[in-house]
Design a protein around this ligand. Structure first.
Ligand code: ADP
Ligand code: MG
Length: 587
């Protein structure tokens, strides 16, 4: 007799439920998503004993029709899609029709619901997926789902749960995640009858208020707003200011069309955009919302819909890096009077893109206000300001040097403090970069060719991308199955550094990450090494030359690593500070 037999349908359901409902926080997530899909404006979540004893999610959404209620807890039943094409353009959180049935099969489930078009509601009680009772029930519009004794039917799963307090943390994390992309919905979270979170609806640009309510009061002060748009892709949100020394790892939130997702390596990509602006062992903070045509992502790759597949992955990564760099490296110089921003927010927005007081969506809400344009296209204005800056930048009158490092200079209407090191770095960087742009990446022969070993798998990839690698100035051939000999390297590389850069280049090309920034980073590093240092004595003539060359730079106000090269304060502002005029103007 054969030994293969079909599993009992109850066992099948319980195995399948494990994929969707891993722990109490998965229940909370699925129920909140259902409430959001039902267009709820207010969601109240209560949990008891880590959610294992009881979870209640109550919403004021559309409710479930009487005839739909018993069907809703069956397997693969959904009101959100009916054809396979629907999934490709899905806007709702749910579409797999698995959550309620999975939850039902592993718990005592009660649903009280009243559809907005019906006069009386209903109550359904089930145990392990079997309906015990279904009857009319008085309830206001909306739905209340009560899940008790989770995993009673799957003791093995229950054994893997952690302590109540850890499960509570997972639950909180899931609530936070969904509350950040659904800022227009009110969330109330009570845990063992204690209020943990109350989040009132906010506009997108006031999401920082929600951050502060969730994390700590001053959290938003650590953030810079991001806005980027290209090719039907919008990236908006916030990232941590440069030089944050705090090691916070739980402040990374990523959304695609409002759906919280995880993308491996994403934190690495963001970190690479910061370059030197973030210390080695610090993780970047980001809360980023991508808006992208739904057909360009596949959300149906993970049972709990945590992961997605992106069809324009490389483009998305490139745009992310560009968006972050533009945020971190605004072209306008920083005002010396920067610290006053908080007390006088009225005119902060005009010149201060790096402040949290620079909300994003206000900006496209009302285009008539001058600074509002900054967010719809923040960079046009920077360009405009930069031109102004350049105009007033020369002739700069050199006044002196203080503390062995800072050049004091003035133009007709601005006072400048210029850091001799970062300024020189900017000049050298642009010189190197221009020479590459002009002459391309030319190669130099290695006097003694270098052998590098790889694994078989790597060799295959290197073979596949050989023509691209060669475009970046490296020439090599295979000398055995797993080793190559490097014969030519880019001219601007210093001997001794070719191996590391070659390996990094291959890594980037294989991962589909634009390789040029690697060279830019290298050039920036080289520019830094070749630049005047603090306390280097410079003659007046050298300084004059430095100022002239700086004024010719594309981005004179930042060094290639993003540190400022100069601070400015305007004559008007000085007049104001010295009470010479009532005219209130910043920088
Ligand atoms: P999915 O969300 O993938 O459609 P679920 O099992 O989570 O599948 O829910 C099944 C169906 O039950 C949904 O499609 C929806 O019609 C209905 N439903 C579930 N929760 C709610 C709710 N809170 N309010 C209104 N309808 C709901
Ligand atoms: Mg659902």
């Amino acid at each position: 007799m054969g030994i293969i037999k079909k599993l009992d349908s109850i066992i099948i359901d319980r195995i399948a439920a494990g994929e969707v409902i891993e722990r109490p926080s998965s229940v909370v997530k699925e129920l909140i998503e259902n409430s959001l899909d039902a267009k709820a404006k207010k969601i109240h979540i209560s949990t008891y004993e880590g959610g294992i004893q009881k979870i209640i999610v109550r919403d004021d959404g559309e409710g479930i029709l009487t005839e739909d209620l018993p069907i809703a807890i069956e397997k693969h039943t959904t009101s959100k899609v009916s054809t396979i094409e629907d999934i490709q353009t899905i806007q709702s959180f749910g579409f797999r029709g698995e959550a309620l049935s999975s939850i039902a099969s592993v718990s005592y489930l009660e649903i009280q619901t009243k559809h907005k078009h019906e006069t009386i509601g209903n109550q359904l009680i089930s145990r392990g997926g079997k309906i015990l009772s279904l009857k009319p029930y008085p309830i206001h519009n909306g739905t209340k789902v009560i899940v008790e004794d989770l995993f009673f039917s799957t003791p093995a799963r229950k054994k893997f749960l952690k302590s109540n307090s850890i499960e509570d943390r997972y639950i909180l994390r899931n609530i936070i995640k969904l509350s950040l992309s659904n800022y227009d919905v009110e969330f109330l979270y009570t845990r063992d009858d204690k209020e943990i979170l109350q989040l009132l609806p906010v506009e997108f640009y006031n999401l920082t208020e929600r951050f502060n309510a969730i994390f700590e009061d001053s959290f938003s002060e650590l953030l810079l707003p991001v806005y980027f748009q290209e090719n039907q892709i919008t990236i908006k949100g916030w990232i941590g200011k440069p030089r944050l020394e705090r090691k916070i790892t739980d402040r990374q939130f990523l959304y695609f069309n409002k759906r919280p997702v995880e993308i491996r390596n994403f934190s690495y990509i963001i970190k690479s955009a910061y370059g030197d602006l973030l210390p080695e062992n610090v993780s970047p903070i980001y809360i980023l919302f991508f808006e992208i045509p739904p057909q360009n992502i596949d959300v149906n790759v993970h049972p709990a819909k945590k992961e997605i597949r992106i069809f324009q992955e490389k483009e998305i990564y490139d745009y992310t890096i560009q968006a972050i760099k533009k945020t971190l490296l605004p072209k306008v110089p920083i005002s010396i009077a920067e610290n006053e921003l908080k007390t006088e927010p009225d005119i902060t927005l005009k010149k201060k893109p790096s402040s949290i007081l620079f909300p994003i969506e206000t900006l496209y809400a009302n285009q008539t206000i001058f600074y509002l344009q900054e967010t719809s296209d923040p960079y046009t204005i920077y360009d405009h300001e930069e031109k102004q800056l350049k105009k007033s930048f020369l002739p700069l009158q050199f006044i002196g040097i203080i503390f062995g490092t800072y050049i004091i200079a003035s133009s007709e209407d601005q006072l400048y403090l210029i850091d001799q090191h970062t300024a020189h770095e900017r000049i050298n960087y642009e010189k190197f970069k221009k020479s590459i742009e002009k002459n391309g990446i030319s190669s130099q022969h290695l006097l003694s060719p270098m052998i590098i070993d790889f694994s078989l798998e790597e060799v295959e990839e290197i073979n596949q991308y050989k023509h691209i690698i060669e475009k970046y100035g490296f020439c090599f051939h295979f000398v055995s199955k797993t080793s190559i000999v490097l014969t030519e390297i880019p001219t601007f590389l210093e001997i001794g550094e070719e191996r590391e850069i070659f390996l990094k280049l291959i890594y980037k090309i294989i991962k589909g990450i634009e390789p040029l920034p690697l060279y830019e980073e290298y050039i920036a590093m080289k520019a830094c090494k070749a630049s005047f240092r603090k306390n280097d004595y410079l003659t007046e003539k050298t300084i004059q030359q430095l100022l002239i060359e700086l004024s010719k730079c594309e981005e004179p106000s930042r060094c290639p690593h993003g540190r400022p090269t100069m601070l400015t304060i305007s004559k008007d502002r000085l007049d104001y500070l010295f009470y010479r005029t009532g005219f209130k103007k910043k920088s």
